[in-house]
Design a protein around this ligand. Structure first.
Ligand SMILES: *Cc1c(COP(=O)(O)O)cnc(C)c1O
Length: 368
């Protein structure tokens, strides 16, 4: 036996994966911390979702419903969908992973874009496939560039719409053009994690594209606007054949009971969700204006975060701002791993947090 095989060895490619680094939560030595690093809603979860979660504590010895029926029914009711086409997951991250493990293997390619969500690449590589990265233009996806990258090996394309960390979106006409240009065996994954926040007439999350085609899936999450990030609730709307394939591989009880109950209650409380959207719309504009007035460049966002670009000047770069803000308890997200060496992503927070960041950046930019 050779010496190298005296220990367990992961499949080729696994050790090339750079593990996901979540947003920071702490600021050393600071009493009050405003976590603006992971796009969680400042309004928290619906009180009805919290009640449902607490009620679930009385039956912890019972296995959850492996079909997550109550949650799938609630999603189907609210969105007007057939629940047979809905699959829930332990966060949409789980569903993205399942798609890769079921449809990708060694020798396959999957397309991601320059500033795309890092989970895609991790899951593609985890399945043994190759991630092909396509350039973006002005922080937005380019359909022609993506189509040009399709080869006979391409099996999947990941688009976050709106994008994270850019906050930009592609109009539905462009997404349709992308789908129309793809071979029928290539799955177009539309990750609509921030769909609820978008208020644009030419935006669609992807429901119709999924209904009308055999090769489009849409993923959604309860982690952002619904305030259930801690519980891990995501869902996918997909053609029956894709749901069937994923159902064969997923954990039989991949959704826990408190998550199913809280998720169903959360999505049925649409008025609470709309409050979060209204708060966001108001502050998205205010933050954008305030930062622009300070001479900073902000990528136009339709989501619940803004990408702030800093000057290329000593002492004024993103890393300096990150340190300056963290010392004051404002924890934003460094986005170097997303191809932005000199920018920070800020989640739209509470009024107090937003005003605090504005005033801190005013000081940082020497305009206080
Ligand atoms: C936050 C986010 C998700 C959600 O992931 P969960 O696993 O559902 O918490 C998915 N995609 C993008 C682009 C995100 O930013």
């Amino acid at each position: 036996m050779s010496a190298e095989l005296n220990q367990p060895v992961p499949r080729p490619g696994i050790l090339d994966i750079a593990a996901y680094v979540p947003g920071k939560e702490h600021a050393e030595g600071v009493a009050k911390v405003y976590k603006l690093s992971s796009n969680e809603t400042p309004l928290g979860a619906s009180p009805k979702a919290m009640e449902a979660f607490k009620a679930a504590a009385s039956n912890l010895e019972i296995y959850p419903d492996g079909q997550a029926t109550a949650l799938r029914q609630a999603i189907a009711d609210v969105h007007g969908l057939n629940m047979a086409n809905i699959l829930c997951g332990n966060g949409s991250d789980e569903l993205l992973g399942l798609l890769c493990h079921v449809y990708l293997g060694t020798g396959d390619e999957a397309i991601i874009t320059e500033h795309g969500f890092l989970v895609y690449k991790i899951q593609i590589m985890g399945a043994g496939a190759t991630a092909v990265t396509v350039k973006e233009k002005d922080c937005a996806i380019e359909v022609d560039a993506i189509l040009a990258a399709v080869t006979p090996k391409t099996k999947m394309i990941f688009i976050a719409n709106p994008g994270n960390p850019t906050g930009t979106y592609a109009p539905v006409s462009e997404i349709r053009r992308l789908q129309a240009g793809l071979p029928k065996n290539v799955i177009l994954v539309l990750d609509a994690a921030y769909a609820e926040y978008v208020r644009k007439n030419d935006y669609e999350a992807g429901l119709e594209l999924v209904s009308g085609n055999g090769n489009v899936v849409m993923t959604r999450t309860f982690s952002k606007v619904y305030g259930l990030a801690a519980l891990r609730v995501g869902w996918m709307y997909a053609p029956a054949a894709i749901i069937d394939a994923l159902n064969r591989v997923r954990g039989p009880f991949n959704m826990n009971a408190p998550a199913i109950a809280a998720g169903a209650a959360a999505i049925r409380d649409q008025s609470f969700m709309q409050q979060a959207v209204a708060h966001n719309l108001e502050w998205l504009e205010k933050l954008n204006n305030a930062f622009t007035d300070l001479g900073l460049t902000v990528t136009p966002s339709v989501a619940n975060f803004v990408l702030i670009h800093f000057p290329d000047t000593d002492g004024k770069r993103a890393a300096d701002a990150d340190e300056f803000l963290t010392r004051r308890g404002f924890v934003l997200r460094a986005v170097r791993g997303y191809g932005f060496a000199n920018a920070l992503r800020m989640t739209v927070g509470s009024e107090e947090a937003n005003l605090g960041v504005i005033s801190a950046l005013k000081e940082f930019m020497g305009k206080a």
